[in-house]
Design a protein around this ligand. Structure first.
Ligand code: 5GP
Length: 112
């Protein structure tokens, strides 16, 4: 299913891109919930964490490495949170796999 993230990947709509390679894209969330809040997404359309297969291993692994690297570049030396909201109960709104990285303040636990 195509989503707004496909248009960000194709540059049809602008985003504040922090990192890009052949497999992944990292960009700031348009509605930040912390001083640093960016998303890391695969460039190929994977709808969610649900139903990942071994074929997704390389791209998902790359996304997590990118999340770690960009978090360091953003100065999140005290830590951060990595979240993948998944399907309806997980509160997923955009049907394209994305990893949120939030940091720059003390985050509460558990989430709502
Ligand atoms: P979800 O609720 O699906 O886990 O999170 C989707 C995230 O995508 C939200 O935090 C929302 O602010 C972000 N988002 C939705 N549309 C856009 C957009 O057009 N540009 C950017 N940069 N972020 C978006």
């Amino acid at each position: 299913m195509s989503s707004v993230f496909s248009k960000i990947i194709s540059k049809e709509i602008p985003a504040d891109i922090l990192y890009e390679d052949d497999l992944c894209l990292a960009f700031r969330d348009i509605n930040p919930q912390a001083p640093v809040h960016f998303l890391v997404i695969p460039k190929n359309v994977i709808e969610s964490m649900a139903g990942l297969t071994a074929e997704d291993e390389e791209v998902v692994g790359r996304c997590l490495i990118v999340a770690s690297r960009v978090a360091a570049e953003q100065g999140l030396v005290n830590g951060y949170r990595l979240i993948a909201n998944t399907l309806e109960d997980g509160g997923q709104e955009v049907p394209h796999l994305h990893f949120h990285v939030l940091g720059g303040r003390k985050l509460r636990w558990p989430p709502g």
